[in-house]
Design a protein around this ligand. Structure first.
Ligand SMILES: C[S@@+](CC[C@H](N)C(=O)[O-])C[C@H]1O[C@@H](n2cnc3c(N)ncnc32)[C@H](O)[C@@H]1O
Length: 250
């Protein structure tokens, strides 16, 4: 598990109770009121509703209780930033193609794909706040993105030409499920691009490095040495090996 820079109260989200009598917050209303639009570092063409220390994510978590997971949607992550930069610099990667942003969060990869000329862009996430954020972010950037509240990793490959995955290999089980899903997609002829700051559960043996960018990861102090985030293409398992994941925790 890794955490955003303004961490929430300790305790698993499922142990939180909604504040007595409080109505469930509307994600779009909260985001519009408390997370101002800010340009993305390394991809300033894109502006996202981004949390700052006074955004009140703690308050939101308290009000919403169990419905509130980690607010990944409130920030652009290093993997998504690198992949967005890659797509914006190489529009031919997505132009005229159908693109899925898997684990979209703020929708940064989807927005980059739409800006670069994809004919259809779907952004999928399992968090209803992410759906709110990515809808607002798409509007703010003047692009159309279809938002999907679903865990696609459990199902069949979607009808798209390319899947972009930004920073989704941060937990072992999730990495396993995502890798198995991407394998099924690859077998159907879908291209897969991954943006990731070298997290421990990346399926490294399956990746070919395409580009690398200097991007600060979350929680790094502003003056910390900047880390890197890479863009990879995901390829077939030519040796038939079982996936190997690092043992180091994030
Ligand atoms: C670290 S964030 C990355 C967000 C964005 N791609 C970026 O790079 O900024 C991971 C996102 O994946 C979502 N997620 C986790 N498991 C998922 C699943 N099975 N299907 C779709 N989204 C998932 C989380 O809700 C979260 O929004």
């Amino acid at each position: 598990m890794f955490h955003p820079p303004h961490p929430l109260p300790s305790g698993a989200p499922s142990s939180r109770r909604r504040e007595k009598g409080a109505a469930r917050p509307d994600p779009r209303q909260f985001i519009r009121a408390n997370l101002p639009l800010a340009p993305v570092p390394l991809a300033p063409e894109i502006r996202l509703h981004t949390a700052h220390p006074a955004s009140g994510l703690w308050r939101l978590a308290r009000i919403d209780g169990q419905g509130f997971g980690s607010p990944y949607w409130a920030y652009p992550w290093a993997g998504g930033v690198a992949l967005a930069r890659y797509i914006l610099d190489r529009p031919a990667t997505v132009a005229g193609r159908r693109v899925l942003d898997l684990g979209a969060g703020s929708g940064i990869v989807a927005i980059a794909a739409a800006m670069a000329g994809a004919i259809q862009v779907i952004a999928a996430d399992v968090d209803r706040y992410a759906l709110g954020a990515l809808g607002l972010n798409a509007e703010a950037n003047g692009v159309v993105v279809e938002a999907l509240l679903d865990d696609l990793t459990a199902g069949l490959p979607p009808p798209v030409d390319l899947i972009g995955v930004g920073d989704l290999f941060y937990e072992r089980d999730l990495a396993r499920r995502v890798t198995a899903f991407l394998d099924r997609c690859l077998a159907c002829g879908i291209e897969v691009l991954i943006g990731d700051p070298h997290r421990p559960f990346l399926p490294r043996a399956r990746l070919r490095l395409l580009a690398e960018h200097a991007v600060s990861d979350f929680g790094e102090a502003k003056d910390a040495a900047t880390g890197t985030s890479a863009v990879f293409s995901f390829g077939p398992n030519v040796h038939g090996d079982a996936p190997r994941y690092g043992s180091r925790s994030p």
